[in-house]
Write a protein that binds this ligand. Sequence first.
Ligand code: A3P
Length: 309
Amino acid sequence: MDNSLLEMDLSTLPKENWWGDHDYLYKVGGFWLLPQFIQSICRVVKHFKPIPSDIILASYPKTGTTWLKSLVFSIVHRSSKHRLSINHPHDLVPTLEVQVFTTSDVVPCSENQSNRIFSTHIPYQLLSETLDSSECRVVYVTRNPKDTLVSTWHFVNKWKKALDCPWQLDVAIDKFCHGLSPCGPYYDHVMGYKKLSLERPTNVFFITYEELRADPITHVKRLGEFLGFPFEGNEQVQEVVNSCSFEVLSNYEVNRSEESPTWFQLPYNSFFRKGDVGDHKNYLSDETIERIDALTREKFHSLGFNYGT
Ligand code: A3P
């Protein structure tokens, strides 16, 4: 990220309407950001110095972050079932720009702790200097664009003001296709980390929501090896997979709670909706599916990443 962008004055940034009459996204380094997170994103970019034992979970919003947080937390802290039953995954693994770098403290997190786990939605293109200069491990999860869009649309409509002014699906589709969503464009976000994973496979693990859904045992085992916490047998892997399943997690009181955390305006339960692959078929017309698939072919397939259609 260009250092001149670090002391940012919102009024100088390009902005576009995103939702309703008053919600704007601001463009920073080619990505659209929510104004309330711009200063903290700048702080992360400027001050966060990952140590080699750090684990960073990176994702575009609504692609499986909550699930990945619970899985990686369980892989690192074996026997974490009890902690998962009383803590929301987002409280176990904080998001750098939402829960950690929220004040102007230069070093808000202790560097004396090993195996710290953080997450972020910051695009690689903005965080490249931080990640390139560190031996920390990065796990990136992505999800097919149509399910990501539908999940985002549901999530946004949980905001209180959506009661009066729901976000229309056709508007959401149009914004998504134009790259206009928090941390979007989606395709650039995914390709940033995808390329990084090909360049630095020892440090960056790239996984899709669909792969995790189809064969969680294999991929959780791979994740354990990648993170330096290998499993001793399939029973242990199965235990982690079961304790992090949508069915188990979404039934804990803490994850069903209508209360909002201090760090976000939506209730804890908004991070658990359905957890299916292919739910977009229940919402998107054939024409819209073809529109997004054409975009996916252009943005992913033409670069050799045959995913998402
Ligand atoms: P849906 O809206 O399609 O149900 P994120 O965590 O990045 O915000 O993504 C949220 C999506 O992941 C939601 O998708 C949510 O239901 C799903 N999800 C949350 N926990 C999950 C889990 N343990 N297993 C599978 N999917 C999960």
